[in-house]
Design a protein around this ligand. Structure first.
Ligand SMILES: Cc1cc2nc3c(=O)[nH]c(=O)nc-3n(C[C@H](O)[C@H](O)[C@H](O)COP(=O)(O)OP(=O)(O)OC[C@H]3O[C@@H](n4cnc5c(N)ncnc54)[C@H](O)[C@@H]3O)c2cc1C
Length: 574
């Protein structure tokens, strides 16, 4: 499947794949053998021990079989292989399997496109518990600790950095924690409607129930992302963030199983308020296993949006890119008027205005707010046909913009780097910002994706969202869609280019701003500063308090510097 139109080989790029950073051992492991066991090791649990675990979790333990197995003899099945291959780059293929995930680096040649049957599981876990209760989670934790094996948590497997992957792991699969209910919630900080969702609830399920009750909840642009999993724990931005704040800002309670097996609820005011703080924006897969999340639900209403696409046809390259400078210049005004923007620039010559969205405002408001930028486009001779639409509800808007449900539009097999753009960059260095994006957009198979932020002042309980995330005007994510139809070495070289050339270009024009951990890069050296900013030291304190043995590991997660992961996936104390 060809996901983009042009590619080239980078000569001499050094490729170091599947190796997580293992710098200073700040994670302070306190005891136990220094490396996790892998299958084949003398101390790997016996079949009898696995069978016992299976009984403990009600027969819901499964041994991983790669979903790509149907593409290789002796298990080859032409029809199934065609289906799995066609869907490989998309989320749905991986969501319904306990182990499968979308990150192509950690898949490590276990995809359906190899010339012969893969000889290993790559970084897939070895066993999975289809978790249905706190008891299941506690049993998995206990087994992993007792047997010194790696533990992973997988919800949808969407994570771009591969945080839900783990070679040799026992995996807690949370997808079937699907409870969902609307509540009248009262606390010191909030009185109003709320929605409580199991950790396996995906965006489209929560949006649908909210809509049936005249409500809306925040979420991202991928309808199948797990809201209580990586999305909200990592911060969670989306089209409603200009009105309500990030998804992490909406959280009222987290229900969690801790590394010591305790089943607790963390709120902004109870004895686990530090855990509440850390889970709300401090990064996923690190502090405990979330069973459910309770979050604010807001009254629904109309949503109006303008969308269109234009190219550089008939205009100069300079004029094409000047439209971006003008767009950035107007963002602050759009935010002030209650709008949020999503833009994609493809092939360095196609400007896709996915939407400038105004919740609770009508079409005339949208026309008025976008008029200055449209006048600029006219002055440059750009050809475009804007579509203005007002939807009666957020859910109808969402389906139109990001559907079809449940999977949405976007492929998830991609690598990314991201940078926040603080207001002063647009005020003082707007042309340089465009030049940097142009340099990236014109130099490879990259997509440039803008999600504007312009968050309202945060008045709720404190959480771990870094200050720069709050202040930023926008987030720019550069993505490298993974093309499985070209040699893997070429894609790996592009991955190097993304990390070693593209990221520095973006860093230079956004000094000190950092990026977004959910849409960053697993091999980013300065991940602590970039993804957590000033919150890291406190996050590490909370991590040590609740996970003393550093059981929960996610690449670039808090405390992950306490572990190093080798190319074979073996995890050893750093
Ligand atoms: C197509 C696409 C579009 C996206 N759009 C947006 C967007 O608009 N805005 C945005 O903010 N992000 C967006 N993202 C990024 C998304 O937020 C992350 O990929 C996120 O990590 C997904 O979380 P998940 O639980 O669904 O995925 P998983 O890969 O299953 O999990 C991600 C991480 O969360 C941990 N985790 C999962 N469940 C639990 C649990 N119950 N308890 C503890 N840890 C858990 C995992 O261990 C892993 O570390 C997008 C991703 C994709 C693929």
């Amino acid at each position: 499947m060809v996901l983009f139109s042009h590619t080239k080989t980078l000569i001499g790029a050094s490729v170091l794949i599947g190796l997580a950073a293992a710098s200073a051992p700040d994670g302070k492991p306190t005891k136990g053998p220094s490396c996790r066991y892998l299958p084949g090791d003398a101390k790997w649990p016996s079949i009898k021990e696995w069978n016992h675990l299976n009984k403990t979790v009600g027969g819901r333990l499964s041994k991983t079989v790669s979903i790509a197995d149907v593409c290789y003899e002796p298990t080859y099945n032409a029809e199934k292989c065609a289906a799995v291959s066609a869907g490989w780059a998309f989320t749905d293929t991986h969501v319904r399997d306990p182990a499968s995930f979308t990150n192509p680096i950690y898949q490590n040649r276990t995809d359906p496109f190899q010339t012969s049957r893969p000889t290993s599981l790559g970084h897939l876990p070895v066993y999975n518990i289809d978790v249905r209760s706190a008891r299941d989670v506690a049993a998995g934790i206990k087994f992993a600790q007792k047997n010194n094996i790696r533990l992973t948590i997988k919800n949808t497997g969407h994570d771009f950095l591969g945080k839900s992957a783990g070679a040799g792991a026992l995996n807690l699969w949370t997808h079937n924690l699907k409870s969902l209910s609307i509540l009248d919630y009262k606390s010191k900080h909030y009185r109003g409607k709320a929605i409580r969702m199991g950790a396996g609830v995906q965006g489209f399920e929560a949006f649908s129930l909210a809509a049936q009750n005249g409500l809306r909840v925040t979420g991202g642009s991928c309808p199948s992302v797990g809201l209580a999993g990586g999305y909200t724990q990592g911060g969670g931005h989306g089209v409603l963030n200009n009105k309500y704040g990030l998804s992490a800002d909406q959280v009222l309670e987290w229900e969690v199983v801790l590394a010591d097996g305790r089943h607790v609820v963390a709120t902004p005011t109870n004895q686990h308020k530090d855990l509440y703080w850390a889970l709300s924006g401090g990064g996923p897969g690190t502090f405990g296993v979330v069973l459910s999340m309770t979050t604010k639900a807001h009254p629904d209403g109309i949503v109006s949006v303008v969308s269109f696409t234009f190219t550089d046809a008939g205009i100069s390259r300079d004029d094409f890119w000047s439209t971006l400078t003008a767009f950035h210049a107007g963002l602050n005004t759009i935010h002030g008027a209650g709008g949020q923007a999503i833009v994609t620039i493809a092939n360095g010559n196609t400007f896709i205005l996915n939407g400038v969205t105004f919740p609770d405002r009508d079409e005339s408001h949208v026309r008025q707010q976008i008029a200055p930028w449209l006048a600029f486009l006219d002055s440059k001779g750009v050809t475009y046909t804007p579509t203005f639409t007002t939807y009666p509800s957020y859910f109808e808007f969402y389906q139109a913009l990001f559907g079809p449900l449940p999977n949405g539009l976007f492929p998830s097999a991609q690598l990314s780097v991201s940078r926040l753009v603080l207001p002063e960059v647009i005020e003082k260095n707007n042309t340089a910002l465009t030049n940097a994006l142009r340099k990236v957009g014109e130099s490879g198979p990259f997509f440039l994706a803008l999600s504007s932020l312009g968050l309202p002042k945060h008045t709720g309980p404190a959480n771990a969202v870094p200050e720069n995330f709050r202040r930023a005007e926008t987030l720019w994510v550069t993505t490298l869609p993974w093309d499985f139809s070209i040699p893997r070495e070429e894609m790996e070289a592009w991955g190097e280019d993304l990390l070693n050339r593209v990221l520095p270009i973006m860093e230079e024009v956004t000094p000190g701003a950092g990026g977004y951990g959910n849409e960053g890069n697993a091999r980013q050296v300065d991940w602590k500063e970039a993804f957590y900013g000033e919150t890291y030291a406190e996050l590490l304190r909370v991590k040590r308090k609740y996970d003393r043995e550093n059981l929960f590991y996610a690449v670039t997660g808090v405390g992950s510097e306490g572990w190093g992961v080798g190319g074979d996936g073996r995890m050893c104390r750093a």
